[in-house]
Design a protein around this ligand. Structure first.
Ligand code: HEC
Length: 203
């Protein structure tokens, strides 16, 4: 065997074992995970909000996973009461576990911040609620209307304090409402099956 084919064979063996260990084995272990009975699939509006979360790149700053309290401070920080388990994600496509935590973890944000109005203000202008926030504003998910143009069915967002825009009314577009509906739906606090860690909790 020539030296080059030996190197090629070695590289192939390393790639093949990595694919087995990191792709095929986890897939075989987790592909039959059942949904916990307390977890509902996303509604059409929540799924639309989730797609906007993906589009706007929220995952670049926010994770959606509470790690084991025995070796992390995730629970102490108030991000959840228990570590998340594979069953918590059965309805998630694509997965948004994330790795960056420039902002807080969001997998239980609907539990700690259940007010849709808060999220709409925060999305329009994070610094109107949290003065030190480095989160970008998403004003294009809203319309700015002259007071006379506001219709009865409009979702008006009252921006508090001095950062409120002058002379115009902020109205949430359907995209902003869907995204906020998705955020308040995020909660994985139900008890999970103790023997399986919840990953095979039968319905
Ligand atoms: C550049 C990083 C960055 C991006 C991108 C970002 N955020 Fe944030 N986010 C933060 C930071 C920092 C905070 C903490 C300060 C605050 O509350 O504004 C935060 C806070 C939050 C909170 C409040 C969480 C809590 O527990 O107080 C929510 C909800 C949130 N972000 C949602 C979103 C959504 C939805 C998107 C995408 C549309 C997004 N963020 C994009 C950085 C970011």
């Amino acid at each position: 065997m020539t030296r080059i084919s030996l190197i090629a064979l070695g590289a192939f063996a390393i790639m093949a074992s990595a694919i087995c260990l990191l792709v095929l084995l986890p897939n075989a272990m987790l592909s039959d995970v059942a949904a916990p009975s307390a977890l509902a699939d996303y509604t059409a509006v929540q799924a639309q909000g989730r797609a906007i979360y993906v589009r706007e790149g929220c995952v670049y700053c926010h994770s959606q996973q509470v790690r084991d309290p025995s070796f992390t401070t995730d629970v102490d920080r108030g991000w959840g009461t228990r570590a998340t388990v594979p069953a918590d994600y059965v309805f998630d496509r694509p997965h948004l576990l994330g790795t960056m935590r420039t902002g807080p973890d969001l997998i239980n944000v609907g539990q700690r911040l259940p007010d849709i109005g808060w999220h709409l203000i925060h999305l329009y202008d994070p610094r109107s609620l949290v003065s030190w926030s480095t989160m970008p504003a998403f004003p294009y998910l809203f319309e700015r209307k002259a007071p006379g143009d506001v219709r009865a069915e409009d979702r008006v967002v009252a921006i508090p304090g001095t950062r409120a825009p002058k002379g115009v009314i902020v109205v949430a577009r359907p995209e902003a409402i869907a995204l906020a509906e998705y955020l308040i739906s995020l909660s994985r606090q139900y008890p999970v099956n103790a023997t399986t860690g919840g990953s095979h909790d039968p319905r």
